[in-house]
Write a protein that binds this ligand. Structure first.
Ligand code: GUN
Length: 281
């Protein structure tokens, strides 16, 4: 059965929208999300447009700042400083990846932790790993909401996360661990990866390769979370990291691509922006 990320994202955003209406009454303005895009990467342009649309849908003020590919690191950092200092901006996000001549870590560290709606700043990362207050990264946060919404038991279960990125794999593993799952962090070079993955009651695949995980990766009855958004090299269609046609018949629950993890990531971005706004008062 599919986990309907789109429906849960809609409900999550409606909940945010209702709170935004209260913010306007109570504090005189709506939360304001600023998104910076450097360059013209087509996938990033799509993501940034969707984030702007979602922000407007929940009633936020939304600003998209498009900077040319040739933007220097200094110019980008100056723009971030300006947004950090603007008391009427609550959330600041730089769409990744940034062009290669810009140091991604310097960008992530430059965004004020209080406005870091992505949850990528080192102090938010430390907050997650040390169980202190933090802004949680959107993709794993959204996945936890989908698991909870579908009453997936985590305590005592075996979870395998394929992928070890700062954005998804590592925080995902920590969140599952904090819910008392036993977690294995694997990656594309893990020896005997299909056998390791097939141990999982909950399998999260975040490797960024089209149809990477087939039915040999999946124990019958497992819950399968597909974080991938890839273009099929032959058809140009959007496909996940999981071979949906092979895996859906044996999984108990699976997130489709599109319509699974992606919409929930953006819904959590809206929640994080609201949280950053409310933390000011
Ligand atoms: N690029 C891919 N995923 C993300 C994300 O969650 N946030 C940002 N800022 N860039 C990304």
């Amino acid at each position: 059965m599919n986990i309907d990320g789109k429906a849960l994202a809609k409900a999550t955003k409606e909940n945010v929208a209702a709170k935004v209406r209260e913010c306007v009454e109570k504090y005189g303005r709506a939360p304001h999300l600023a998104v910076i895009l450097v360059g013209e990467d087509p996938a990033s342009q799509t993501y940034v447009r969707s984030k702007g649309k979602d922000a407007e849908q929940v009633g936020f003020r939304s600003t998209t700042i498009r900077m040319p590919e040739s933007t220097s690191e200094e110019e980008l950092l100056a723009e971030i400083s300006r947004l950090n200092a603007d008391t009427e901006v609550d959330g600041v996000l730089v769409q990744l990846p940034v062009p290669r001549h810009i140091d991604e870590n310097r960008v992530i560290e430059a965004i004020s932790a209080e406005k870091d709606v992505d949850g990528f700043h080192p102090s938010n990362v430390a907050g997650l790993w040390q169980k202190r207050p933090h802004v949680a990264p959107c993709t794993p946060k959204g996945i936890m909401k989908m698991l909870d919404d579908n009453n997936v038991e985590l305590e005592g279960k075996k979870a395998v996360v394929i992928g070890r990125s700062n954005i998804v794999g590592l925080p995902m593993a920590k969140m599952l661990l904090d819910r008392n799952a036993t977690v294995t962090i694997a990656h594309s070079r893990t020896k005997n990866l299909p056998e390791v993955a097939a141990q999982a009651d909950i399998l999260v695949v975040a490797v960024g390769r089209p149809r990477f995980a087939g039915k040999d990766f999946v124990k019958p009855g497992a819950v399968v979370i597909d974080v991938g958004i890839n273009r099929d090299p032959e058809t140009g269609k959007l496909v996940g990291d999981v071979d949906y046609d092979e895996v859906a018949p044996i999984a108990s629950l699976i997130t489709p691509v599109p319509g699974g993890v992606g919409p929930m990531t953006r819904a959590c971005l809206m929640e994080n922006t609201l949280e950053c706004f409310l933390a000011k008062f």
